[in-house]
Ligand binder design. Structure first.
Ligand code: HEM
Length: 141
């Protein structure tokens, strides 16, 4: 259960992230592909070499979607509905991978926002990313 103060923390953190979507998104994806190389198999359409324009653009899309979900945190399932269809039916991303990406995103937030990323903000962002993962994989069920 996400409390009002957790929602405020998520909102504040993702407002900041919204100004750096490509840079932080690229960082998160590079970590995902490096730390969990089995995730590379999904990205056949994206040049995943460090520094590639496509990787940066893709990172930007992921972070922008998260910033939109954070801005409308009570309606995450409708905000992400088409992405849920995409990941479940078209890309067929195994749900376990959402946990791996969430971990990498938390590392990026901790690095980029060291003062804001308190233990309380960490919990709030973790819960938010768990909820996003539920929404993106709920069509499997
Ligand atoms: C595409 C968001 C997790 C693999 C996308 C797109 C967005 C997105 C916004 C672009 C959709 C479009 O262009 O219309 C997210 C979010 C995630 C997430 C918010 C969770 C926080 C994952 C995971 C994987 C994955 C865990 C696999 C390990 C892909 C692939 C594409 C894609 C392969 C298509 C890339 C392409 O060919 O251009 N995702 N994604 N996503 N996502 Fe995700």
């Amino acid at each position: 259960m996400t409390t009002a103060s957790e929602k405020a923390l998520v909102s504040s953190i993702w407002k900041k992230a919204a100004d750096f979507t490509e840079e932080w998104g690229e960082d998160a994806l590079l970590r995902l592909l490096t730390v969990f190389p089995q995730t590379k198999t999904y990205f056949t359409n994206v040049d995943i070499t460090p520094g590639s324009a496509k990787l940066r653009a893709h990172g930007g899309k992921v972070m922008t979607a998260l910033a939109q979900a954070a801005a409308d945190i009570d309606n995450i399932s409708s905000v992400l509905s088409s992405l849920s269809d995409l990941h479940a039916y078209i890309l067929r991303v195994d749900p376990v991978n959402f946990k791996l990406l969430a971990h990498c995103i938390l590392v990026v937030l901790a690095n980029r926002l060291p003062a804001e990323f308190t233990p309380e903000a960490h919990v709030a962002c973790d819960k938010f990313l768990v909820r996003v993962a539920e929404v993106l994989s709920q069509k499997y069920r």
